[in-house]
Design a protein around this ligand. Structure first.
Ligand code: SER
Length: 391
């Protein structure tokens, strides 16, 4: 079952149940938003969850690309990616959470052929914010799915303020042999789908109030689900990364973890550029710059002659096509190569400046400020260069 098939099955299943597909899935968060990139499928829908009528109605479905830098250090394990996709559904004050769970369970078991014996759900057990989510508990029990009650793990919000609520998360067992333990007790339970009972709003003053309407917001991590469905141990072994894992290892010999980071960051970089961002020293452009420079630092550690110019055209096209970005791949390549050149020059300049006797001993805050303000050398770069020199 390849990725495109999973997406189509998901979208059509909900379209058959009255959901309209939202188009326009750019990574760029809406104007006026406090974060740089869309971090969850519900993110662009915040005003509608808060009560504004959506032009397409009360039942929506979407495939939303998201970017999270909070998980950057976890990229390279089997499930985390910088840019990932969420399949999402919304009931804007329409059907309730139990209906959402029933549809979700049916789709997983019948439409996507997940073995029902490999599922486990977690449900909100209640705390000072809200009572236990007995509706979700009962619905799962009626379906014969085992449930673990938690509090901290089963409350979803997109930030300190805004829509939030208790959630129920669906896990699939990915270990060898029969399932063991519970989702919080064994990492081989992989979370694939979150159904949030988005009834509340946390105000700027910290108080929790009811939203004008009770919503249901669900988000399913596409890459994780595909890995599970394809019986792969990591998202990097799925068809989404097939061209990457086929071509990059023969281009640059890297251990598994750095290889995954390089593929993830380059693929993310291509998507970010495809959505119209250019490298810069602030905002979105800075996130892009950091991704590209992390790749280059990794590549050059063993062999400074490696260049992004060697990346096969196939990787650009495959990525841009998958994300529905129709612009020319040549422009994306140019942006990456331009950034590579800038970074090369910056490193050359940095090495030259740091070779001065003044910087041969321990650096203090004044030195770091001087190097940054006068020569444009950020602290992490200086540390890297001195690490090279000293190490
Ligand atoms: N907002 C929830 C999440 O991101 C469900 O869509 O997990």
């Amino acid at each position: 079952m390849n990725t495109e098939h999973v997406i189509r099955t998901f979208v059509e299943y909900f379209q058959d149940r009255g959901h309209r597909r939202i188009t326009g899935s750019t990574l760029l968060s809406p104007p006026g938003d406090s974060v740089l990139f869309t971090t969850a499928g519900m993110h662009p829908l915040t005003p509608y969850l808060e009560g504004r009528p959506h032009p397409l109605g009360r039942r929506l479905v979407n495939v939303q690309r998201c970017l999270r830098t909070t998980d950057l250090d976890e990229v390279g394990d089997s499930t985390h990616l910088t840019v990932f996709e969420m399949l999402g559904t919304w009931s804007l004050g329409d059907y309730d959470g139990s209906r959402s769970i029933e549809w979700g369970h049916d789709l997983l078991v019948e439409g996507l052929e997940v073995d029902p014996g490999l599922l486990y759900a977690t449900v909100f057990g209640g705390d000072e914010r809200s009572g236990p989510d007995t509706d979700s508990l009962r619905t799962w029990q009626e379906r014969g799915v085992p449930v673990e009650l938690t509090t901290g793990e089963n409350w979803w919000s997109n930030g300190p303020t805004g829509p939030c609520g208790p959630d129920t998360e669906i896990f699939v067992w990915t270990g060898e042999g029969p399932p063991q333990s519970t989702p919080t007790g064994d990492e081989r339970w992989v979370e694939v789908w979150n159904h949030v009972m988005m009834r509340y709003r946390r105000g700027d003053d910290g108080t929790l109030g009811l939203l004008p309407q009770p919503n249901v917001d669900t988000g399913l991590g596409l890459e994780r689900l595909v890995a599970v469905l394809q019986g792969k141990e990591s998202v990097f072994e799925t068809d989404l990364f097939e061209p990457w894992m086929r071509t990059v290892p023969s281009l640059w010999q890297l251990p598994e973890q750095p290889l995954r980071v390089v593929c993830d960051h380059l693929r993310s970089g291509i998507v970010v550029i495809g959505d119209g961002v250019l490298p810069s020293n602030t905002g979105r452009g800075y996130v892009l710059r950091r991704l590209v420079r992390r790749v280059l630092t990794t590549l050059w550690r063993d062999d400074p002659s490696r260049t992004l110019g060697d990346l096969p055209e196939e990787l650009f096209r495959h990525t841009l096509d998958h994300f529905g970005q129709n612009g020319p791949s040549g422009r994306v390549r140019e942006v990456l190569l331009d950034e590579e050149l800038r970074f090369t020059r910056l490193l050359e300049r940095g090495r030259h400046i740091l070779s001065q006797p003044r910087f041969s001993t321990q650096l203090d805050e004044e030195d770091y400020s001087y190097l940054h303000d006068t020569h444009g050398l950020p602290r992490d770069l200086v540390l890297g260069l001195r690490g090279d020199a000293l190490g």
